[in-house]
Each structure stands twice: as structure tokens, then as C-alpha cells.
Design a binder for this molecule. Sequence first.
Ligand code: AMP
Length: 400
Amino acid sequence: MAKVMAVNCGSSSLKFKLYEMPEEKVITSGIVERIGHKDAIFTIRIDGDKVTKTLEVSDHGVAVQLVMDALIEHKIISSYDEIKATGHRVVQGGPYFRHSALFNDDTYSKIESLIPLAPLHNKAHLVGYDAFKKVLPHTPAVAVFDTAFHQTMLPEDYMYPIKKEYSEKYMIRRYGAHGTSHKYLCQLGETYLDGDDKRMIICHLGSGASITATHNGRCVATSMGLTPDGGIMMNTRTGDMDPSVYYQVLKMSGKDNETIFQEFNKQSGLYGVSGISNDSRDVEDAAEAGNKDAILAVNLWARRIADFIGQYYVRLGRVDMIIFSAGIGENAGIMRKYVLERIKEALGIVYDEKVNMDTRGTIATISKPESKVKVMVIPTDEELMIARETVKTLKKNNIE
Ligand code: AMP
């Protein structure tokens, strides 16, 4: 039995979940938000209840100390040594990491060298790692990469048709994202299929969203690209477009580069087209109420997902199962319906409308037995996957 802490550090936040492994039991979880502010918010779950404090947290070091003090105070642990390892989410592993890796000087410097590809994320992950290292100097740490699962793609699936110089010198290519979630869903999804040749399309539809084609546990293709703005249309991100849209908007609006970049990431997608909200639920509601812009937004969203599914169906040669997951995929029956209605004829999908609409946040098969493709809703669990990867990586490195 060992306690393993799954950690997700952002530039001003620290999310954690403490597991008892290998039982995979969640002991507690929490978040420190607004790190760097006088009114930071610390939330921790104690016996199922949320305990929240507002206080000054000057940096990630203070945040880690706060978390550790709370674990002791609430008698979740009696000493720091009880935490056998920390597993850190790392957004960008570049071409270097096909698997999770033990944090050492080499891992650290590679993550650091990839900061230009994921400026906000990778920097924050290292700040978080440093903070834990200070408080838990002897506790092994593992880096779990969002990109690792996608490293099995072939060059024809991950290269962009740009000058060789840019691909090589600047490492510009598709790396994908949400790999930890896709891996979790792929492993669990495959347990619902018979035979030894399993082909799936996994739709991780959260506020960030991506679709992955998998064949026998391996990623064949994924929709997100070099950055999280690539692939399908999202709550606030454009997804794939003619690359010259950027240039044209820049030229015609007179706005600067950074502004357009931010707008394409934070004010586009469902939000941009509908003009309503950055939460898909508001757009969904407005579309149901007959708002024309919202209807166009959800139609555009579903069309682009359907197009990717079609593309991946051809790429795989066949598909046995389609999985819907993450905030929208798990909870929004109506959004799943918009997608299913656009793919059902071509793929021979027959689904149960009521089961689809009634499914929220639970594992469910929404296709009927006669459907040519099984369609399931499976809630994702990235933190659990981080804890599993951490244990696996320790074993691989002979660390008990
Ligand atoms: P995620 O990034 O996976 O946490 O997903 C967050 C997004 O999922 C939100 O911005 C909403 O667009 C959507 N979402 C979350 N909960 C629900 C829900 N209960 N019903 C419909 N959509 C939801």
C-alpha cells in the first residue's frame, strides 16, 4: 500500500489528488487557486466535505506547504514520508517522451527545452515540480506527458506540409493533447470489446477537446495539433482552419498578433460563433430556445466532429467503438445527439435516444445491439491515470 499524489500545476493553480495505490482509492483531493495573490483560495475535501480557505499564497512553494500542512492537520497522513511518490501532469513532452518518465536532470532539462512549444504549461509544471522537490526532497517524482500516448503516430499522421527547415529546426509538428485521458479511455474502452483487433474513435469533448483514433491500444491519429487550438472546434477555440485566416484577420482588423492569437483561443469556437458564452451549456440552451447564432454554432461544432470521425473511420479501415467523454461528452446528451445524427447513416449506428439523453457522467452503452458500431459514454479520469503511470514508472526504475 502506498500513497501517491497526482499533481496538475498551472501558472496560478495547483490541483492534487491523493490515492492509495494499488487499490486506486481516492483519499482526498483539492486545489489552490489564484497562487501569487493575497486572496488565493485553498479547497480540500475532508471526509467528502469541501473545506475552503481564502488566504495569501505568494508562490507555488507556499501552496505545496499549505497542502502538506492540511494533510497533517486533518490526519490524512502522519508524516511526509507516507507519500511515496508524486506524479506530475506535463502538457508537452515533444518528441522525447513515448512514456512517463522519472524526474531527473535529463527529464527536467528536456521539459525545460520544450517551453517554447508550450510556454505557459511547461514552465508552470516545472515551477510545481520544484516546489514539491523543496518540501519533499527525497520523494520520487514522475512526469506524465499529455503527448506521450500520441507518440505512436506515423510521420504522415503527425507532419505538417511546411518547409523541412521549420519541422526540423523548430520541431513544428502535431503532438496532440489529452493523451493521458485518451490512454485511460482506450484501455477501459477495449475491455468492452471482444476479439484481438480493436479499433476505436475516442471523443474527449471538454472545454478543450480532441478526437483520437486507436488501434489495439495505440494512437494512430489525433486531432489536436502543435497547440491546443488545432483540431475540432471547441468552446472557445477555433480548431483547424485555413492557416491564412490568421493573416487575413490580422491585416484587416489592424489588431496585433498576440490579440488575434488570444481571440482564436479564448473568444472563438462555440462562444465566438454564438456570441453567447464560453460554457457550452449556455450555447446548448440558447440553441434549444431557437437562437439562430447558437443553432449555427452547435451545427458547426457537430459537423466538424462528424468530419473528423469520418476521416478516422477511413484511417482505421473500420471502427468497433466510439467513445464520448469529458465535460460535454459525458454529460450533454443533446450534443452527442447532434454528432450521432450526422454519422449514423454512414457508419450504420443505431442508438437509443432515451438512453443517450438520460446518460450523465456514468458509463453507459448508448448504441443498440444491432448497431454496427458500439457507442459508449465513459467518464474520463486523468488523475487516476497519472497515479497508475507513476506507480508503473517507479516499478520500471526499480523504486519500491
Ligand atoms: P472539461 O474540460 O472536461 O472539464 O469540460 C468542461 C466543459 O464541459 C464545460 O465548459 C461545459 O462546456 C461542459 N460541461 C460540463 N458539465 C456539463 C454538464 N453537466 N452538461 C453539459 N455540459 C457540461
